[in-house]
Design a protein around this ligand. Structure first.
Ligand SMILES: [Cu+2]
Length: 135
């Protein structure tokens, strides 16, 4: 009976799991009263949450970065000098705050640049995402 129950549960949960894996999690930042676009990003093994961020060009962005993983080191790298963004930070358990103002619309990739010896890079394991700067 218990076995049947777990099979049913699995059948019910499976589509939800597959769907969750498919969609990128999109977060659209809303400027606050001061025009600051605040975005919380957590990184873990091996993901960024959210992994698709939409911000407006010309307004300051405040990234709050946190490492959700206790033992695995992660980083946040976003190099888009053409848009005024140059970030290469280690993620820590305590939240780090980074500020920049994207100057140009476009889609810019960010990733974790860590790699364990003889293993795939974290980026290859899925630790990447997109910062979409809109007009
Ligand atoms: Cu990583």
């Amino acid at each position: 009976m218990a076995k049947l129950f777990s099979i049913c549960l699995l059948v019910l949960l499976l589509p939800a799991l597959v769907l969750a894996k498919d969609d990128a999690e999109v977060f659209t930042a809303e400027p606050d009263a001061n025009g600051v676009q605040r975005v919380e990003i957590s990184g873990g093994s091996y993901y960024f949450k959210p992994d698709h961020i939409v911000v407006q060009a010309g307004l300051p962005v405040e990234l709050l970065l946190t490492n959700e993983s206790t033992i695995v080191p992660h980083s946040f790298v976003l190099k888009a000098p053409e848009a005024g963004i140059d970030i290469d930070e280690d993620l820590t358990r305590s939240t780090k705050i980074l500020r920049f103002t994207p100057t140009r619309p476009g889609k810019y990739k960010f990733h974790c640049d860590r790699k364990f010896i003889f293993s795939k890079s974290h980026k290859e394991k899925g630790m990447e995402g997109t910062l979409e700067v809109i007009q």
